[in-house]
Design a binder for this molecule. Sequence first.
Ligand code: HC1
Length: 568
Amino acid sequence: MVNLSIDGIKLSVAEGTTILDAAKEVGIRIPTLCHHPDQAVKANCRICVCEVEGQPLLQAACETQVNEGMVVRTHTPQVIKTRKMILQLILGHHPQDCLNCIRNQNCELQALVEEYGIRDNPFPLKLKGLPEDRSTVSIVREPDKCIACRRCVDACSVIQTVNALCIEGRGYEIGISPVMGKPLAETGCVLCGQCIHACPVGAISENEQIDEFLAAVADPDKVVVTQIAPAVREAIGEEVGMATGDMPMDKFVAGLRRVGLDYVLHTNFTADLTILEEGNELLKRLKENGTLPMMTSCSPGWINFIETFYPDLLDNLSTCKSPQQMFGALVKTYWAEKMNIEPSKIYSVSIMPCTAKKFEAARPEMNDSGFQDVDLVLTTREVGRLFRMFGIDFDKIEPSQFDPWMGQYTGAAVIFGATGGVMEAALRTVYEVVTGETLTDVNFTAVRGFESIKEAEVDLKGTKVKVAVAHGLGNARKLMDQVRAGESPYHFIEIMACPGGCIGGGGQPITKSNIKRKERINAIYVEDEACPIRKSHENPEITQIYEDFLKEPLGHKSHQLLHTTYKP
Ligand code: HC1
């Protein structure tokens, strides 16, 4: 242990601890901008500088490790003056339009400017005048707002191994740009939106489509129907002042009716349906020597990744569309028929934790209902803004239930939102279908948790099925390299593009660290435990749709509406 003093407080910390972390232990917060708890130290913004006795220059707390007997002062007049000057220098080339910014009141720079009482600036505002990049349907870049902290580059290159962003220029000219200076759409960007969470300011954000939503609900000729993705309920409360996981589902549904939706249904219904289709597909591939390992196909950032980096492995993907797109295809066919609503009038809106879902909905493959299956995708953050715009008091709102035919779901669907959840849901069903036995314990804990790659072996009455789960594309890459080399021992692999799975999606409330992602995962398992039915094949509305419409898993209708293939 190392003994030191910070602002007169004596403490002992482990060797190798930085001043930044040591200060946290005694309740002193040193400001940071380029620092990110899940990334390597960059030490380029210098806002965390502190005085260390005996050192002539101020030291960056994020990179300086403690020494025996060290005396640190974190908020001396010189330190405060230096931090103020750093903030003023940043503001000298950062747009001062906080009121119009998507990150207004949720911006790390704005918060520091307020904390340090910056009232004027000796450095005149000089913007680079760089154009916005709206080349993708999912993500918007506003490079003039970039403070070159490089957190987005690390998120994209180190965590996701996508390398769509890079550092360009030096000194005042330094900035972050898509590789080769191209528009984002022309790079290998998979639209996962992890760069948005990493960005401390508003330089990268979702393509906000709230105005399109408001126009749709105001249109008397449209019947606006929504689906809610599994990971949204756990996080939406964070947008309206609740703790993680605390938004009751019936109040969430009521809130959605309040903002103008005509019908509220659930993606969880088609998550359960996915398990029936995907589970049967796995069994067919195992029986008929099909391409293995089969890989899940519901995360659109992952689909973009495999298309770009591993097109030779596309045959390994399950042919199942994602639950979002299964829902889209069914709402304008099966549900329209059940409700006696003209499909052309249906405007289908998804509420997703994901920025890549906006792209997925717009893919040309996704028109099997005869129309664009999903018309609009709103992220959790956009729905949070809508709730605030409509002034909804969730303590007072009267609860409301889902509409019929595609609103019922099981605990198996709930856990889709966490890494390992699709695998666990599939195992719950596949085990019972193959063995004919009832699972006494439905919890496949080996595939749960935040470990980068998880694996398990399940004995299906003599047939041993080996499975693996990866979350985050850097982890996915490790499994894909193994498959490409012909060395994969697995039969079934679940990949989710975002760290933690969809609960950490690019459209979720801004999440700086994995701690929040783990809280959301915990909330998911609490919800699963509370569900009266926890296996997809026991969902009564799933039984109904096979009886009335689809007839059987992998049948003709299913192939027409629920499956697709991605071509290299
Ligand atoms: Fe996901 Fe999925 S779980 S991909 O992570 O399979 O986005 O939540 O909606 O489609 O069901 C995301 C979440 C989501 C799909 C489902």
